[in-house]
Design a protein around this ligand. Structure first.
Ligand SMILES: [Zn+2]
Ligand SMILES: [Zn+2]
Length: 241
C-alpha cells in the first residue's frame, strides 16, 4: 500500500492561513496556494522535504478566495504542474466575476472591511476542471485518494479525501479564534465567510460517513471527527431556526 505524508505549510503564523503538501512516491500534490506572494514560503517548505517546485505534480485549489488561490498562477509557472479546481468557482479564478462574501458574524464583517479577503490576485484558468458532484481519482499522481465536490463555503469548493482517512477540506470549517490563532485550536468554528451553512453541514456529515477521521483546514489546526460532527450538527440547528 502506498503511504503518503501530509505537510502543513504555514502561509501566515499561528495557523492563520495554511496550505498543505501531500507527499507520495511519485512526487507532491499542493493543496491550496496561499495569498499572493506565498511562493517563497511554499518553496521553503519543499526544501525542508528535500524537494523543489518541479516535484509538484498537481496543484489543487479548494476554492476561489484569495488566501487559497492567490499564488496559484505563479506556482503553475514555477512548477509546470496543472491546476485542478471546480467549475462553479471558475469565473472567480479567471477574475470574470467578483466573489461574494457572506460574513458569519460581527468580527467577520470587521475583517471584511480590512480589504484582506477581497484583495486582487492574478487570474488563471484551471487545467483540470471538475464538474457538479464529480470525483477525481488521485491515483494517477501516485496518491491513494480523490478530490470531491463539497459545496457550501463557496459553490465550487472541493475537498481532498485520502485513503488514510485524512481529509483536506479548505474552509468548510476552521478551528481556533477567527483565523486559527493561539487559543481553542481544537475547537471547530465557522470560517469568517460561508455561503450556505446548511450545505456545509451536509457535506461534513457526508465526509464523516465516508470514514474520514482527521480534517485538515485552511485556518487553524486539524480537527478530529467528533469535533467535526459536533460542528456539523450545530450548523444544521442554525439553519433550521
Ligand atoms: Zn474561504
Ligand atoms: Zn480561507
Amino acid at each position: 500500500m502506498n503511504t503518503v505524508k501530509i505537510v502543513r505549510i504555514p502561509i501566515l503564523p499561528l495557523h492563520m492561513v495554511n496550505a498543505h503538501l501531500i507527499l507520495g512516491p511519485d512526487g507532491a500534490i499542493l493543496v491550496d496556494a496561499g495569498i499572493p506572494g506565498s511562493e517563497r514560503k511554499i518553496g521553503r517548505a519543499l526544501a525542508q522535504e528535500k524537494l523543489t517546485f518541479k516535484d509538484i505534480k498537481l496543484i489543487i485549489i479548494t476554492h476561489a478566495h484569495v488566501d487559497h488561490a492567490g499564488s496559484a498562477a505563479r506556482l503553475r509557472e514555477l512548477t509546470g504542474a496543472p491546476i485542478l479546481a471546480h467549475e462553479s468557482d471558475a469565473k472567480h479564478y479567471s477574475r470574470e466575476e467578483k466573489m461574494t462574501f457572506c460574513p458569519t458574524g460581527r468580527l467577520a464583517r470587521l475583517f471584511y472591511k480590512t480589504g484582506f479577503i477581497s484583495q486582487h490576485y492574478e487570474g488563471f484558468t484551471p487545467d483540470i476542471v471538475i464538474s457538479q458532484n464529480q470525483t477525481f481519482d488521485l491515483q494517477r499522481f501516485g496518491v491513494p485518494g480523490s478530490v470531491t465536490h463539497t459545496p457550501g463555503h463557496t459553490s465550487g469548493s472541493v475537498s481532498v479525501e485520502l485513503d488514510s482517512k485524512d481529509a483536506m477540506v479548505g474552509d468548510l470549517l476552521a478551528s481556533g479564534i477567527l483565523l486559527g490563532g493561539i487559543m481553542r485550536k481544537k475547537h471547530a468554528i465557522r470560517p469568517p465567510f460561508e455561503d450556505d451553512p446548511y450545505e456545509v453541514a451536509q457535506q461534513l456529515l457526508r465526509l464523516i460517513s465516508a470514514g474520514n477521521q482527521t480534517f485538515h483546514v485552511g485556518h487553524g489546526a486539524p480537527l478530529g471527527v467528533n469535533e467535526v460532527l459536533r460542528h456539523a450538527e450545530y450548523l444544521e440547528r442554525l439553519s433550521v431556526v
